[in-house]
Design a protein around this ligand. Structure first.
Ligand code: SF4
Length: 169
């Protein structure tokens, strides 16, 4: 496998033991990084490093698992619901906050949006919902419509956001 520092033979087990994800980005993103003027800086975002073998840490740094109130829905701050809608992403960042989920088949991803909507209806203090993952925009338009069909009718929701992009209504 190629690392920033050079090539090293590794087993699948070693990668799993150290939670090291493979290099995986879309062609467009790869070209933006390799063809731009900042490759030496940007490569650190997506290319594996041998330093990851020595990296300590926790795969759930902010206790997301503990704040999950319904599969795929976290309720940590009173006003905000965090909805994990996909375990896929267009890039697997080395520093990803959700490395435990992105690129894996995760049971932390929302599947029952009726149940989630019921929880939000029962919690009027939750006035905004953030759709995240992974990157929600890897989902099909039809799937996004289906999710929004459950959220948009909830009267006390002021905003629904996708990652960093805001959709206000
Ligand atoms: S979820 Fe964000 S940090 Fe994680 S791999 Fe995708 S873009 Fe990178």
């Amino acid at each position: 496998m190629n690392f920033i520092e050079g090539t090293r033979e590794v087993t699948k087990g070693e990668l799993q033991d150290h939670s090291i994800t493979r290099y995986r980005v879309t062609k467009f993103y790869r070209e933006q990084i390799t063809d731009g003027d900042y490759y030496d800086q940007l490569k650190h975002i997506v290319e594996p490093s041998l330093k990851e073998f020595e990296s300590p840490g926790n795969l759930d740094t902010s206790g997301e698992h503990d704040n999950t109130v319904s599969p795929g829905l976290q309720h940590k701050y009173a006003q905000t619901g965090l909805l994990l809608v996909t375990d896929r992403c267009a890039s697997y960042c080395r520093y990803c906050f959700r490395k435990r989920i992105v690129g894996h088949k995760s049971d932390e991803i929302a599947t029952d949006f009726s149940q989630i909507a019921r929880y939000i209806i029962d919690h009027p203090e939750m006035t905004n919902v953030l759709l995240s993952g992974g990157d929600p925009f890897v989902l099909s338009t039809a799937k996004l419509h289906k999710i929004l069909d459950h959220l948009l009718p909830i009267p006390h929701l002021d905003s629904i956001r996708f990652g960093t992009k805001a959709v206000a209504y």
